[in-house]
Design a protein around this ligand. Sequence first.
Ligand code: HEC
Length: 166
Amino acid sequence: MNTMEITKVVGGVAGSLLILMLLKMGASSYYIGGKGEGAEPAYTIAVADSAPAEEVEAVPFSEILAAADAGAGARVYNKCAACHAVDPGVVKVGPSLFGVVDRGIGAEEFGYSSTLAELGGDWTPEALNEFLTKPTTYAPGTSMSFGGLKKEKDRANLIAYLSTLQ
Ligand code: HEC
């Protein structure tokens, strides 16, 4: 690390500390020039949007999945059955969904779209949950023409059912 880089790092740390200190000074010093209406902010502090909006008390999908009903999921699967078999290696319009939970994405003998072929990773319950919400959002360019399952409960029940296909 050369001197210039060290200067940058030290400067960055000092800058962050300064912002923290200013924040700690808090609301009491935030307004000057009188109380009540018409008081102007003495200064505004630009704070990065560090907290993502969806942090609002979201129930983790794993919890919803733990309470899911595989029997109800088998009925949701009727929406997939025209294109996907549940028996190993059977190709219909799409690849077999036998053992799909935690299987590699695009790992079957199937002519995947380049999107799915290049996605990488595994079909974890979370990944399936996102994909099945709206396939074209999760995997733009996918050849799976399916609008998605709007209800989280349907997705959880379905993924619970898919987990039984082992
Ligand atoms: C109209 C036919 C069709 C329907 C309906 C459909 N799929 Fe698909 N599905 C496909 C095709 C085609 C692919 C391959 C997509 C690609 O390569 O981009 C696919 C891919 C997948 C994959 C990725 C498999 C892998 O090996 O990586 C999963 C998971 C999946 N579908 C689940 C479902 C589920 C669950 C449903 C029902 C809610 C469903 N699909 C409904 C046609 C369909």
